[in-house]
Write a protein that binds this ligand. Sequence first.
Ligand code: BES
Ligand code: ZN
Ligand code: ZN
Length: 496
Amino acid sequence: MNQALDIVAAGWKSWKGQGQTLVVFAFQESAPVLLGLGKEAKILAALAQSDGFKGKERETFIARPSDNKPAERLLLVGLGKKADFNLEVLRRAASGVVKAGESLSLKQIAVRVPQIGRGAAQLGEIQALGEGLFLAAYRFDRYQKPESDAPKPLEHVTLLSETLSASVGKAIDHARIFSTATTLARDLINEPPSRMNPERLAEEAKKIHEGSLTVKVHETKDLEKMGMGGLLGVGRGGAVPPRLVELIYKPSGKAKKVVALVGKGITFDSGGLSLKPAQSMETMKDDMSGAAAVLGVMSALGELKPRVEVRGYLAIAENMPGGRAQKPGDVLKAFNGKTIEVLNTDAEGRLVLSDALAYACSKKPDVVIDIATLTGACVVALGHRISAVMTNTPALFKSLKAAGDLSGEKFWELPLEKEYQQDVKSKIADVQNIGKRRGEAGAIIGGLFLQEFVDDRPWAHIDIAGPSWTDSDQPYCPAGATGHPVRTLLHYLQSL
Ligand code: BES
Ligand code: ZN
Ligand code: ZN
């Protein structure tokens, strides 16, 4: 659940909280370089060094200056070498602050902003610090009794910047907005799949009633009328029927562009009749990560106010092997009229997305981006830290990659190779939902299939099958759903 961490800004020079614990960051050079302090920095650095502190990434050290300056207790946190510094280093370091604060049972802590860059760079650093703090405080513990000796969470952080300006407050606001959007996605995904079923996910979308947002849910009857054979086909095996949720955010002025975001929302992927082995199913509640990311993004727009119109489409179904389930060999007809031979019911993401993508395109947006935990092959190719992007517009990959460089989320381009296009042609329908050369280029085949349902407008497919989930605790994300790539998409929308 979302942790109620509160971050406020204060000016360093007028700070009067000397009785508190003060966090100071340090670079690892020949001697540690304490950042943002005055003349006491050198003396303190020498003291810390004599006790073995080097300033390595996420190394921590507690010092109690004899004259209580600049605070009674200092928590030094290493940032590693200055040459290797980037915003991700700061986010990870901030997570170290949250952990150290918890282990010291602190309710509040003050953090000296390290003052590395200037101007916009400085504000980016404050946002990154804020994100690291907010996101590291996230827990999904609603199904656990707290242990009596469990560390109490940190509640209050004061960020001490050189001067206190409106833009510092705005950077902290952005950190909060980006993090809340991310933790909303994490919460939706982490929720057990029989609770977070298609009905509930659509309800959660309706709860986002920002003034500037409209939400419409298309249920079975509407889907039938609209000719959404892909969504209906996948949904047939489950007890809870599928939905298509449509959210629209309009900026107050004239929109510079219209962006459509389409998310795969399989609330549980058993594989359907092409049933998955038990172990592969263990994490398949995360197969709605694309839809959850789109919802996270939409929830932030009212506050973030980008100057673009954003349309979110969530293609929601559960993929189950019930008595009415679709069968290998069945033929479906998608929203754009193309027929699909279903040869493997476990390749269901592309079926629900075929309708949602074609529908999104029919409304003529300037850009379409789909986000999906589409293929295990993508995890084989790029692992759990990198998402694949396939696009018909090279500049779109560049923009997403640049947004990822700001968020710390990683993307790599895979080609939509034309020579493989014939691999998704079917003998009896327009296309088939798996490639002919089984097991080869699986992530690309998924992208090529989706391309059959978009027109010529700029489109990118992001396969997040790896990064949407982490089996182990990460610096600012506990094991489970990560909320990737919410922050990247928000940076991207802000850049337009
Ligand atoms: N949801 C899975 C993809 C997936 C696998 C996501 C592992 C995260 C981790 C998807 O629906 C699927 O099962 N894809 C099949 C496609 C195949 C049948 C062509 C796959 O990857 O095996
Ligand atoms: Zn599947
Ligand atoms: Zn799936």
